[in-house]
Design a protein around this ligand. Sequence first.
Ligand code: ATP
Ligand code: MG
Length: 192
Amino acid sequence: MSAAPLLQVSGLSKYYGPRMGCTDISFDLWPGEVLGVVGESGSGKTTLLNCLAGLMVPDAGRVVYDTRAEGPRDTLAMAEPERRMLMRTDWAFVHQNPRDGLRMGVSAGANVGERLMAVGARHYGRIRGAALDWLGRVEIAADRIDDRPAAFSGGMQQRLQIARNLVTGPRLVFMDEPTGGWMSACRRGFWT
Ligand SMILES: Nc1ncnc2c1ncn2[C@@H]1O[C@H](COP(=O)(O)OP(=O)(O)OP(=O)(O)O)[C@@H](O)[C@H]1O
Ligand SMILES: [Mg+2]
């Protein structure tokens, strides 16, 4: 059992002017745990995830992440480069809109390989091999590896985004409706 939760969130609030994004959110997330956030459209799920991952600055609250090197650290107090490093090495973020999480101008293989290169991979053959493996896991045919995401359907783009995010084996994955728009059988397959 770990000594500390992976993520400790307390009193997190974000307003857009007078409009509420999310308010007073608190929870602990332990290693190996999966936390699902359910709420109607416009209830603040995307806002919350953006604040947790440092993509948006909340108006109040704390987000403490159990870093590998130094233990629990307040991510909102971190310098931007440090948070960006966490995004590359420890965290993954699957955006609700795949266009926000993919690089639309480069191939599917490069979208996956780029994440590996960001954590130090350099061997072209191994990077391409890992990209092929992950495309297979999300059921994208191998012969689509050199296609750009713009040539993929919405559901395929979302699966590519998932492959790109999971290829580095992140410690913490934020997913914003990753199966939105999928058929229910596919959705069940993903979550089980
Ligand atoms: N950039 C923004 N500027 C102003 N208001 C915003 C902005 N983004 C979100 N909001 C508002 O914050 C509230 C929460 O929106 P959010 O996108 O977090 O909801 P959600 O639960 O993710 O919805 P959905 O299920 O439709 O994706 C909504 O009232 C929305 O209008
Ligand atoms: Mg949303």
